[in-house]
Write a protein that binds this ligand. Structure first.
Ligand SMILES: [Zn+2]
Length: 204
């Protein structure tokens, strides 16, 4: 991707794509100036993780190497990572879907060292990797789909149960529906083909 290549050239280091590790997606070693990235990341998460590690590389160059001690995932790192991520959210950035840009844009104010499980960004990455066959769907099986209407067929505004949680369908996207989880009021993207238990359909 030209954007990543250009950012990389500003602050080069070595990059290794490695056998997937369970608990790590990527690493940066300040002593050897080395980035490692898991080989089984989907394109969105691969770029995201690369930029996460590149931000570490720049922290090393601008702070640690100057003898300044700043936290690995502190305010300075968050600033660098945000600066690297925001161009991806621009409408004219060619590589990513509008869904992803929107999710990423909303994530920018809340950058953290790791992505919280079941957050919109987490779900987007997982769904992309599952769709590409890079990861297996968690505890998914025909049981979830058989006999239940697909989320695609459920009218917008309906409430439904999916994996023991209650949601309201807000709108359809290309292959997902934006849904609100009713107890947390948080929004999630759920694939349109999953089977769901419909609770209530809006009248009129
Ligand atoms: Zn990190």
């Amino acid at each position: 991707m030209p954007y990543c290549a250009a950012e990389f050239r500003k602050t080069p280091c070595s990059i290794h794509v490695v056998r997937p590790r369970k608990r790590l997606l990527g690493t940066y070693k300040p002593r050897t100036l080395e980035i490692t990235l898991n080989a089984n990341l989907g394109p969105s998460r691969f770029v995201f993780t690369f930029l996460h590690e590149l931000a570490h590389h720049r922290i090393n160059r601008d702070f640690w190497k100057q003898g300044e001690r700043v936290a690995a995932h502190g305010a300075e790192w968050r600033h660098y990572f945000r600066e690297l991520l925001w161009p991806l959210t621009r409408p004219d950035f060619p590589a990513f879907s509008e869904d992803y840009k929107e999710i990423l844009y909303r994530y920018l104010p809340n950058i953290r060292a790791s992505i919280p499980q079941n957050s919109p960004l987490y779900n987007y990455f997982m769904q992309e990797e599952i769709a590409l066959g890079l990861k297996k769907a968690p505890e998914s099986g025909p049981a979830e789909v058989v006999g239940l209407p697909a989320l695609a067929e459920v009218p917008v505004g309906s409430t439904f149960t999916f994996r023991q949680k209650n949601y309201r369908k807000l709108k359809n996207r290309r292959s997902f529906a934006l849904c609100e989880e009713l107890s947390s009021k948080k929004n999630y993207l759920i694939r349109l083909y999953v089977g769901v238990q419909v609770e209530e359909v809006p009248k009129g």
